[in-house]
Write a protein that binds this ligand. Sequence first.
Ligand SMILES: NC(=O)c1ccc[n+]([C@@H]2O[C@H](COP(=O)([O-])OP(=O)(O)OC[C@H]3O[C@@H](n4cnc5c(N)ncnc54)[C@H](O)[C@@H]3O)[C@@H](O)[C@H]2O)c1
Length: 381
Amino acid sequence: MFELMDEWGPEKVVTVNHQRSGMQGVLVIDNTSRGPGKGGTRMRADLTVAEVASLARVMTWKWAAVDLYQGGAKAGIRFDPTSPRKEEALRAFARMLRNEVPSEYVFGLDMGLNEADAAILCDELGDRGAATGTPAALGGVAYDALGITGHGVAEAVDASVAHCGIDDDRVVVQGFGAVGHATVRRLSELGYRIVAVSTAVGAVHDPDGLDVTELLLLREAHGDALVDHASGQRLAAGRELTLDAGILVPAAQQGVLDATNAGDVRARLVVEGANLPTDAAAQELLAARGVTLVPDFIANAGGIIAAAFGMRDRYSPFGVATDQIVPTVTERMRANTLTVLEAATTTDTTPHAAAGQLARDRVRQAMELRGQVPPTRQEIR
Ligand SMILES: NC(=O)c1ccc[n+]([C@@H]2O[C@H](COP(=O)([O-])OP(=O)(O)OC[C@H]3O[C@@H](n4cnc5c(N)ncnc54)[C@H](O)[C@@H]3O)[C@@H](O)[C@H]2O)c1
């Protein structure tokens, strides 16, 4: 486990082993220099400590990049989330971390966990604030139903279009799930023309613009098969990435743009709605061709901004302040996107590199101010 540790963290790793249920689990608190560790709780049969540690590190950078005062952390439960004994595993995990939760870590949702599970974790510890992501009936907020991540992606698109002076209103969105459909909905409100959308089933294309109201209704009726019912030309999934449109939003899966297809992208702006949709080769190819690429941890940060409200208000008798979430996400997403694009221009680097540097600088400064590392900057000495 020591090989997981470096100059940034993790500060603390707690592993638990519940012999009766076979549940094993880990809590990784990566870096709390800017605030208490916060990140989701994942359940997966093949979960590893290294996986949770790397996700905790990502949270350290995400919170710093959006300039919110939380630190990086993540928890993981090695257990089959479809097992009928899931509740037993959840309760055992919560009990075994009662020394750390909620004083040092608050559970949250990630792969394999849903709102009902968050309620069980709170119940086991007898503490309403032991988890975020609890059902609305318990004062929590359904972020996916609110479509907050997609709303933020759309705001990042709009801020980037203005910054880069792009005079093309045609957008392609890959993926029509929690993130994709909400991105399309908000972009349409902002006056953009959605020329193609896709799901795992396939893509649908209309160069004059698809009917967004129809798409949203078809999603409710048919889920991913909406593309078989929508008006427009039906294409194979993946074809949408290289269609003629000024803006591309990959909002489905990781690794969809790589060395084999990034050279064929015709968009001038690519905004990463999904996590890790481009690999390093794709990023280089796009940069070489002058395509602006807004990184995932800036573009899809709407969800973590909303999660910060969940953290702040989890004990409030008024519930989470939902009315403040949307305007705050709008304002922060626009400001963060501009900060990163401007930093990339000033330092003559890519937005990915600029965002990473910004996050590291903020964490480093907090560590120096708290005396956790020797100061490197003259004014702090
Ligand atoms: N939900 C959130 O708040 C959130 C926050 C941050 C990042 N993300 C990331 O955004 C991405 C999407 O998450 P989601 O919550 O919308 O998932 P989801 O499961 O709700 O939706 C995924 C969508 O992508 C489609 N899809 C899958 N493979 C495809 C393919 N090859 N081609 C075209 N479409 C395909 C699916 O059919 C579905 O419409 C993931 O990378 C996720 O990690 C999600």
